[in-house]
Design a binder for this molecule. Structure first.
Ligand code: GDP
Ligand code: MG
Length: 171
């Protein structure tokens, strides 16, 4: 029997954007309010994606690493989720530099990536418009999801991870 494919995914973004909450939501379908922000963890998860069992290894980075540590995580990963918080413009402005570092580390390959604008439940204090996220994703030629780790309307969190797996498998 063919061994089921394995993909290594790493989640990047400024501390506090909700990386841990998103990963935990994806893995457990639950929302956990407080997560140690300094913690870095890896999880294994299996999912059936387009009739194929895919094993994911997911690295939830702390978001406070220095450049060397970030580069190490980038070399490790096959695919990347870059997360910003729609209520934190600074976190959106960190997406571009992260993408550049990824390109640098992974060149000459073109990097499987999804962009996630998290905390869409906090629309009343939004600082980054949906169109801005869409535009940035178009520039980076990647899929874009606005979602909420706590509300998770329409299962957008899982959709983002699954789409990233597909993107990795297409390469
Ligand atoms: P990380 O540092 O990127 O891993 O961020 P965390 O997952 O630790 O989340 C940081 C804070 O944002 C915590 O207080 C979470 O409860 C909160 N948070 C995470 N995701 C959401 C979300 O979708 N909506 C709201 N309202 N809060 C969130
Ligand atoms: Mg965290």
């Amino acid at each position: 029997m063919a061994k089921s494919p394995e993909v290594k995914l790493a989640v990047f973004g400024r501390a506090g954007v909700g990386k841990s909450a998103l990963v935990v939501r994806f893995l457990t379908r639950r929302f956990i309010w407080e997560y140690d922000p300094t913690l870095e963890s890896t999880y294994r998860h299996q999912a059936n994606i387009d009739d194929e069992v895919v094993t994911m290894e997911i690295l939830d980075t702390a978001g406070q690493e220095d450049v060397q540590q970030k580069e190490g995580h980038m070399r490790w990963g096959d695919g990347f989720v870059i997360v910003y918080d729609i209520t934190d413009r600074g976190s959106f402005e960190e997406v571009g530099p992260l993408r550049s570092l990824l390109e640098e580390v992974k060149k000459p390959k073109n990097v499987p990536l999804v962009l996630v604008g998290n905390k869409s439940d906090l629309d009343h204090i939004r600082q980054v418009g949906t169109e801005e996220g869409e535009r940035l994703a178009a520039e980076m030629a990647c899929a874009f999801y606005e979602c909420s780790a706590c509300a998770n309307e329409g299962g957008a969190v899982a959709e983002a991870f699954h789409e990233l797996c597909r993107e990795v498998r297409r390469r």
